[in-house]
Design a protein around this ligand. Structure first.
Ligand SMILES: Cc1cc2nc3c(=O)[nH]c(=O)nc-3n(C[C@H](O)[C@H](O)[C@H](O)COP(=O)(O)O)c2cc1C
Length: 304
C-alpha cells in the first residue's frame, strides 16, 4: 500500500511504554497466537518466522488455577467475523511461570502476559509470582490485565464494567511491576468506556488495551437454539473495527491515555486507522488466527 505522508513511524523500532521499552508497535492479541511458543516451527516463502517484526506477543490469558474452558462448540466463523466462547482455557499460573515463561525467554519472544482473575487480590498475587520468577528476564515486558471476565465476588458481572473494580485490580498489580509495563484491557460492552479507562490510569496503568470482544449470539437454524452452549460469545474480526475505533477515540480524546488499539485489524490500512487516532501500538487477533503471518505482514507493510 501507499503509506500516507503523516505516517513517519517505524513500527519495528523500540518505544517507551511506562517504565519499559517495547521492541515494536505491532503485537499479536491475547488468545490468538497461543502462548507465543507455537510459531517457531513454521516459515513461509516471504517470512523466516511469524515473529518477524512483531513488537510483542500477548499470551493467552492465564488464571490462578488451570481451566478446561467451555464445552464445544466454542468458536464459530461468521460472514464478517468470529464468535467465541473459549472460557479462558489455560494451564494456570503455576505451570505458566515454571514451564511456559522460561521457554518464551529462552526463545527470545517479546512477551506481554495476559492475566485474568475473579478477585483483585489474585491479580496482585499473580503479578508478584511473575516478577519473582521473571524479574531479570530480558524478553518479558509486562502484563495485560484482562478485565472482561466474570467477577465472582460481585455476582458474576464483568470485572471491567465497574470503575471501582478496574481501579482495584490495577492497584493490586502495580506494586509488583516496578520496571514492566501494565496494561488494562477493557470491555467494549459498556455505554461509556472513558470512565473505566480513567479509573485504570488513575490507579497506575501505563496504557489501556481496547477493545476485547463484543457480546454476540449466533442461532443454529436447524435446532432453533443458540449455536454456542453458553448462548453468548465474544464477537471479533472485521465487523468490530468501527466499534473499536470509536472506543479508542473516546479514550484518547476524553482521558488522554496511551492506548493499544485492538479490534478487527486485518490489514495495514486497518492498523493505520488506530494510529491516526493516536494509538501507540496495535494488536492483531482474529486475522492472526486465520493466518499466522498476518501480524508480521502488517509490521512489514507499515515499515516500508
Ligand atoms: C479465539 C479467541 C480467543 C481469545 N482469547 C482471549 C483471551 O484469552 N484473553 C483476552 O484478553 N482476549 C481474548 N480474545 C480477544 C482478542 O484478544 C481481541 O481483543 C478481540 O478478538 C478483538 O480483536 P480482533 O477483532 O482482531 O480479533 C480472544 C479472541 C478470540 C477470537
Amino acid at each position: 500500500m501507499q503509506l500516507p505522508d503523516w505516517w513517519q513511524t517505524d513500527p519495528c523500532q523500540r518505544f517507551t511504554l511506562g517504565p519499559r521499552e517495547i521492541p515494536g508497535r505491532i503485537w499479536t492479541a491475547s488468545g490468538c497466537f497461543g502462548y507465543g511458543l507455537s510459531g517457531h516451527d513454521i516459515s513461509s516463502p516471504e517470512f523466516a518466522s511469524p515473529y518477524d517484526g512483531i513488537g510483542a506477543v500477548v499470551t493467552k490469558t492465564v488464571t490462578p488455577q488451570p481451566r478446561a474452558g467451555n464445552p464445544m462448540p466454542r468458536l464459530a466463523e461468521l460472514p464478517c467475523g468470529a464468535l467465541n466462547s473459549i472460557g479462558l482455557q489455560n494451564v494456570g499460573i503455576d505451570h505458566f511461570v515454571s514451564e511456559v515463561l522460561p521457554e518464551l525467554e529462552r526463545l527470545g519472544v517479546p512477551t506481554i502476559v495476559s492475566l485474568a482473575a475473579t478477585r483483585p487480590d489474585e491479580f496482585g498475587e499473580m503479578t508478584r509470582r511473575l516478577h519473582a520468577v521473571a524479574g531479570r528476564y530480558d524478553h518479558w515486558h509486562g502484563v495485560e490485565l484482562n478485565l472482561s471476565c466474570p467477577n465472582v465476588a460481585e455476582g458474576g458481572h464483568d470485572f471491567g464494567r465497574s470503575a471501582e473494580t478496574v481501579a482495584a485490580c490495577v492497584a493490586a498489580a502495580r506494586p509488583h511491576l516496578p520496571d514492566r509495563c501494565l496494561l488494562a484491557k477493557l470491555t467494549p460492552n459498556v455505554g461509556e468506556i472513558a470512565p473505566l479507562a480513567h479509573a485504570a490510569v488513575a490507579a497506575g496503568a501505563d496504557a489501556i488495551a481496547a477493545i476485547n470482544t463484543v457480546i454476540g449470539l449466533e442461532v443454529d437454524l436447524a435446532s432453533g437454539q443458540p449455536l454456542l452452549p453458553r448462548r453468548f460469545g465474544g464477537y471479533s474480526g472485521p465487523a468490530i473495527l468501527p466499534i473499536a475505533l470509536a472506543k479508542v477515540d473516546e479514550i484518547v480524546c476524553e482521558v488522554g491515555a496511551a492506548v493499544v488499539g485492538i479490534g478487527g485489524i486485518a490489514t495495514s490500512e486497518d492498523a493505520l486507522k488506530f494510529f491516526a487516532l493516536g494509538a501507540v501500538a496495535v494488536q492483531v487477533g482474529t486475522a492472526q488466527l486465520r493466518d499466522p503471518f498476518a501480524t508480521a505482514e502488517i509490521a512489514r507493510e507499515l515499515s516500508r
